[in-house]
Design a protein around this ligand. Structure first.
Ligand code: MLT
Length: 334
C-alpha cells in the first residue's frame, strides 16, 4: 500500500516537473529578402528587440539579410514545412500562395501609409492573416510599410505610359503586377528578387519597381539612373512565422511573439516616417533623376484599374473584398 502510494506520488511529481519545466529558449531564424538599411531590416530589428525584452532575454532571433536563405517565394515554402522559422518578404511574393492577399497589391488601392496601417492592423488584415495560415501554412505577425513602388530604369526618363515602350522591366512572379504592366502596353519579365540586382547589372532587364528605401538599401543607384514616381502599389512586407513552429510554442511564448510583432510593425512605420525623405535625397545625391508622371499619373491609373481590378475579383475572394477595403479607407466602392 505504502509502495503504491509512493509510486503514485512519484508519478505525480514527474508530471508536475514536466508541466512546470520552462519551454526551451529559441533563437528564431529570420530570412530577410533585402539588405541592411532596408525597411525589412527595421522591422526585423524591432522584432528582435521586443522579443528579447518581452521574454526577459529567454528568446532571441537572428536576421539573415539579403536573400541568404533563398528567394522570397522559396522562403514561404520553407516556412510552410517548418524548416525555416520566419521570413520578411514583400506581400506580392506571398500572393502566389494565398491569392486573397492580392487585394493589397491591386494597383492604386492603397494610397498612403495611413491607408496601409488601417487596413493591415484592422479586421481585413486579420482575415488575410487567417487566410495565409490556411492557404500557405504561414502566419503574418508583423507588417512592414515600405512606401510606394517607384519605377527605375537605366535608359531614359519615363513620364508617360508611351515612354515605357522599348523598356524591359523586371517584376516579381506576381500575376497582378505582370498584368498591370501589360495594361500599360509592355510585357514585363518576371524574375525572383534575389536575381534582380544581377539582372539589372548585366542588362538582362532595363528596369524594375520598388520603394525608395529598398532601392537605396539594395544599391540600385549603381545600375539604375531614372526614377518615375508612380504610386501604383504601396509596398507592404509582412513578417511571417511558420504556423508549425508557432503551434509548437507555449501559449505564453505565442503571446510574446505576437506582441513583439506589434512592436515591429510600429518600428517599421516609424522608420518610414523618419527616413523616406532623407533616402529620396540620398538617391538624388547618388545621381538618380526623379520625375513625376504627367497629368498626375491619370493615364497610368485609368489603364491599370480598368484592366486589372476586374480580372482579379475572383482570386481576391470577390468584388466585395475590394469594396470592403475601399470603404475601410474612406473610398467609394466599385
Ligand atoms: C520584389 O520586388 O520582389 C520585392 O518587393 C522585393 C523586396 O522584398 O523588397
Amino acid at each position: 500500500m505504502i509502495k503504491s502510494l509512493s509510486a503514485a506520488a512519484a508519478a505525480a511529481s514527474v508530471a508536475v516537473l514536466t508541466l512546470a519545466a520552462p519551454a526551451s529558449a529559441k533563437n528564431f531564424k529570420i530570412a530577410v529578402g533585402d539588405s541592411g538599411g532596408s525597411s525589412q531590416e527595421a522591422t526585423g530589428l524591432g522584432f528582435v528587440k521586443a522579443l528579447e525584452e518581452l521574454s526577459g532575454g529567454k528568446h532571441t532571433a537572428t536576421l539573415f539579410l539579403n536573400g541568404q536563405l533563398g528567394s522570397e517565394q522559396d522562403t514561404v515554402n520553407e516556412a510552410a514545412i517548418g524548416t525555416l522559422d520566419m521570413s520578411l518578404l514583400a506581400i506580392n511574393n506571398i500572393t502566389p500562395f494565398s491569392p486573397t492577399v492580392g487585394v493589397f497589391t491591386l494597383p492604386y488601392v492603397i494610397l498612403s501609409l495611413e491607408d496601409a496601417e488601417k487596413l493591415t492592423q484592422g479586421p481585413i488584415g486579420q482575415e488575410l492573416t487567417e487566410n495565409t495560415i490556411n492557404d500557405a501554412g504561414v502566419r503574418i505577425i508583423a507588417w512592414t510599410y515600405t512606401g510606394f513602388r517607384v519605377l527605375t530604369n537605366s535608359k531614359k526618363p519615363v513620364k508617360s505610359v508611351a515612354d515605357l515602350e522599348g523598356l524591359v522591366i523586371r517584376v516579381p512572379k506576381n500575376e497582378i503586377m505582370i498584368d498591370t504592366y501589360k495594361a500599360w502596353g509592355i510585357s514585363p519579365t518576371p524574375m525572383a528578387w534575389s536575381e534582380t540586382f544581377a539582372g539589372l547589372q548585366t542588362k538582362v532587364v532595363d528596369g524594375q519597381d520598388n520603394p525608395y528605401t529598398t532601392i537605396n538599401a539594395m544599391k540600385f543607384y549603381e545600375v539604375q539612373k531614372y526614377v518615375t514616381n508612380i504610386r501604383y502599389i504601396f509596398s507592404i512586407e509582412p513578417l511571417i512565422i511558420s504556423e508549425q513552429v508557432f503551434q509548437e510554442l507555449s501559449p505564453e511564448d505565442q503571446e510574446i511573439v505576437l506582441e513583439a510583432g506589434k512592436a515591429a510593425t510600429a518600428a517599421s512605420a516609424q522608420f518610414l516616417r523618419d527616413k523616406e525623405a532623407e533616402i529620396k535625397q540620398i538617391l538624388l545625391d547618388k545621381g538618380m533623376q526623379i520625375d513625376d508622371p504627367e497629368n498626375n499619373e491619370q493615364e497610368f491609373i485609368d489603364l491599370a484599374t480598368a484592366a486589372v481590378w476586374p480580372k482579379f475579383y475572383e482570386s481576391i475572394g470577390g468584388v466585395e473584398k475590394l469594396n470592403a477595403v475601399l470603404v475601410e479607407i474612406g473610398r467609394d466602392p466599385v
